[in-house]
Design a protein around this ligand. Sequence first.
Ligand code: HEC
Ligand code: HEC
Ligand code: HEC
Ligand code: HEC
Ligand code: HEC
Ligand code: HEC
Length: 465
Amino acid sequence: MSKSLKRKPIKEKIFFTPLHFCQYGVIFLHPFNGNFSTFITRFVNMIDRRSATKTILPLFVSFLVFFIGNKGLAQNGQQLFNQNCASCHHPLKKGTGPALQGLDKRGPWTDRKNLYAWVHNPAAFMAKDPYTQALKNEYGGVMMQGFSNLTEAEIDAIVKYVDDFKPPVTPTVATGGSTETGDNSLLFGILTLILAVVALILLQVNSNLKKLSDDREGIPATEPVPFYRNKAYIALGIVILFLVGGYYTVKGAINLGRNKDYQPEQPIYYSHKVHAGVNQISCLYCHGGAEEGKHANIPSLNTCMNCHMNISEYTGEKIYKEDGTEVNGTAEIQKLYKAVGFEPGKNANTWDMELGKTKPVEWVKIHNLPDHVYFNHAQHVKVGKVQCQTCHGEIQKMDEVKQFADLSMGWCINCHRETKVQFKENGFYSIYEKYHNQLKNGQIDSTKGITADMIGATECQKCHY
Ligand code: HEC
Ligand code: HEC
Ligand code: HEC
Ligand code: HEC
Ligand code: HEC
Ligand code: HEC
């Protein structure tokens, strides 16, 4: 017997396709019995059943993929840029290297292949390219380092991020915080809504079908029940309320004690933008602990006085509080002097940190993990080579520090799944001989590399005491 004879007729195959939605729509609209439903019926009949499954469904799927993929790319670009390029480049401002926005329109970068070659190995590219040789002279002979580990797609993502970058609207508002950590509530909301609509449609379909069959069998229609007394609707309402209420209660409970965007006022208006941004003081000058141990630590007033013995006035660009009031930098430095008992012009020659009557400045702590979580800075900064900015945002652009990440468990875990550890030439990882060998003989995709996850960073006990 030939195969085609065995095949069941298509009609009997039941697929739930977007087409069915249209059809339910027709039944749903049946009571109105107007022109609209005939129009839809015609329209639906026009579409061949199978071709609809073949065209609409893939279209729908690619639409979804486009949206999700696009978002992932932009986020990824920012992260990659901050991790690899931000130490020397800014999208709009000159730094150690040129501002990167609008790359595609200058020099050899009109051909993207040149850009890949450059990022993978600048020295080799420069050797035969006068444009970058001239750039090097312009930037004081500094040679850009190579990033052989970045894939072409990753470089594309960086370029996209750089080109889309816009400067912050006002000088005092920190940017970028909200895009980094994904928020799923919109997605949940939409899904709930879709489910509710589907449930409603099915209910209507059910009652309309019943009515149709009743009509046919000649059973007289019962008095219609108004929808607010219809038991099915009431039950549905309660279920929806329960789900939505439950979702927000759980969400609220989990968020208790989370402080994303927390930005308290500090006893001295100390600006990170002035120090770490404009004056380029290294984070580690004040937070050296971040390389050595668990805590990054807040610097002692001693550290401040190393410089402020001499700097008693603020003459830089105007600074503003979040609410727009201007800050008198010089007066803020006086607060520091008061705390350490230093009086310029009076006791400057005899003053000694130990002799002075020092009142500690009570900085308000911003980041706080619960006690049951173990987090170690050195592990991330020194071993993992994660930039401060990846976790804390662009502190060097903030006058007042704002909590950038929500410090949730999901935040930690997501990063551990996604972040490649800098495996090459990193003594800390020499114990993972197995992975080194697998990388070498291609068992592990070298473009994906070893993630923190693979060395155990998502095991419960690594983070929980
Ligand atoms: C250690 C500092 C440093 C890092 C990190 C760095 N660059 Fe550069 N980059 C430079 C310097 C300096 C130049 C100027 C050319 C030179 O002197 O090598 C430059 C030039 C460039 C140029 C040419 C710019 C132009 O105006 O034509 C591109 C493109 C570029 N870098 C991309 C990147 C990307 C992408 C990254 C991150 C993956 C990166 N760089 C990381 C220092 C750096
Ligand atoms: C000149 C010293 C100094 C430098 C340089 C400096 N900081 Fe700070 N940092 C402080 C002081 C003082 C505080 C406490 C007051 C505050 O929160 O603004 C602080 C607070 C912070 C906090 C919030 C701590 C908390 O309470 O949770 C973070 C995060 C931080 N700094 C990161 C950085 C990063 C990243 C850099 C480099 C871009 C940097 N700091 C450079 C002095 C400094
Ligand atoms: C992998 C993410 C991550 C990186 C990278 C990181 N931090 Fe932190 N930082 C945190 C978390 C989480 C806390 C809260 C720690 C706690 O409450 O125990 C924190 C707290 C701090 C604090 C408050 C004091 C303390 O130690 O609790 C300062 C200051 C700080 N970080 C500065 C820095 C600086 C400077 C760098 C870069 C040299 C840096 N951080 C890199 C995640 C990070
Ligand atoms: C490495 C040197 C250095 C260190 C350390 C330092 N400062 Fe400054 N500070 C500066 C410079 C430079 C300026 C800007 C002066 C100007 O532009 O006229 C400044 C400005 C200030 C201002 C006025 C602007 C503002 O941010 O409100 C205050 C207040 C201040 N510092 C407080 C502190 C405190 C508190 C510490 C210790 C946590 C500290 N500084 C550590 C170099 C330093
Ligand atoms: C921006 C990315 C990033 C974030 C966010 C992050 N981590 Fe990590 N973490 C890493 C990397 C990369 C390593 C691998 C470094 C290493 O081998 O120690 C790591 C390693 C660790 C380890 C050691 C794992 C091991 O196998 O030894 C612990 C524990 C840890 N992280 C805890 C945390 C906690 C807790 C948080 C959230 C509060 C957090 N991390 C957030 C990137 C991140
Ligand atoms: C990379 C670090 C990390 C790993 C691995 C990790 N956790 Fe967590 N966990 C956290 C952080 C950070 C918090 C605090 C979240 C907050 O305050 O919102 C937390 C909170 C919790 C809480 C308290 C409820 C809450 O959301 O605040 C429970 C329960 C928990 N974790 C269980 C687990 C279990 C079970 C595992 C293993 C499957 C695990 N954790 C693995 C970082 C981690």
